[in-house]
Design a protein around this ligand. Structure first.
Ligand code: ADP
Ligand code: MG
Ligand code: MG
Length: 209
């Protein structure tokens, strides 16, 4: 595979949704320790809206799958809903008629990262989803420069996102609700960052077959 077409994009979202549900309780517990405990409910609600809007396998294009995903998240509350929504919207806008290759995916992720940072004001090290998004986006840009195929590019992004998510356990939060609880958030991974890792791991898994 050298690009993600509509069918693969659909598999990616279905896999991510299933993996999220397996992790939902654990993610809610993380948000309960460092936030207000609604993270799992917020994302589950977004994913229900996404499922209702996703195209069928016959109609799916990369753009339509991620547009539906963006709309589901944008229609959801919490801090994470609109931020993930704008991220997915940027991803949906970077594809060709046959889908997204490594270069287009890297460009979309970079644009999405910039948008989330513009809206939320967080940088790497602030203990948010940015701690997973930024290294994943960088891994994709490196993969693009290095001419890597999409499966290798997504594996690299998944590894970077997982390492970034793990790093948040050692961080004090500077943004979002976790910043209200000070060092009570130490030792607690940021649920938004963990969710980003789940997303890239799901992508790497479906693209590798
Ligand atoms: P709320 O904090 O409003 O209850 P959620 O529980 O839905 O929102 O989402 C919390 C997640 O949002 C955090 O785990 C973090 O990853 C992310 N987040 C919070 N504030 C920001 C921000 N300013 N920039 C980027 N991500 C953020
Ligand atoms: Mg919350
Ligand atoms: Mg909340």
């Amino acid at each position: 595979t050298d690009h993600i077409d509509g069918a693969l994009a659909l598999s990616w979202m279905n896999r991510f949704t299933a993996d999220f549900h397996d992790a939902q309780q654990a993610l809610t517990d993380l948000d309960r320790q460092a936030g207000d405990g609604d993270f799992g409910t917020n994302i589950a609600s977004a994913l229900r809206k996404v499922a209702a809007e996703l195209p069928t396998a016959d109609d799916a294009t990369f753009a339509s799958v991620f547009t539906a995903t963006a709309n589901g998240f944008l229609a959801t509350g919490g801090t994470s809903g609109p931020l993930f929504g704008m991220w997915f919207r940027a991803i949906s806008r970077s594809s060709a008629p046959d889908g997204a290759d490594t270069d287009l995916l890297a460009q979309g992720m970079a644009a999405g990262l910039a948008k989330v940072q513009q809206l939320g004001g967080a940088s790497v090290g602030d203990n948010t989803m940015i701690d997973a998004l930024a290294p994943a986006a960088q891994a994709l840009l490196d993969a693009s420069t290095g001419g890597l195929t999409i499966d290798k590019a997504l594996s690299s992004a998944a590894e970077a996102a997982r390492t970034g998510a793990a790093s948040t356990a050692g961080l004090l939060a500077a943004r979002g609700r976790a910043s209200y609880v000070g060092d009570l958030a130490l030792g607690v991974e940021d649920p938004g960052a963990v969710t980003v890792a789940l997303f890239f791991e799901a992508g790497a898994a479906v693209v590798s077959g």
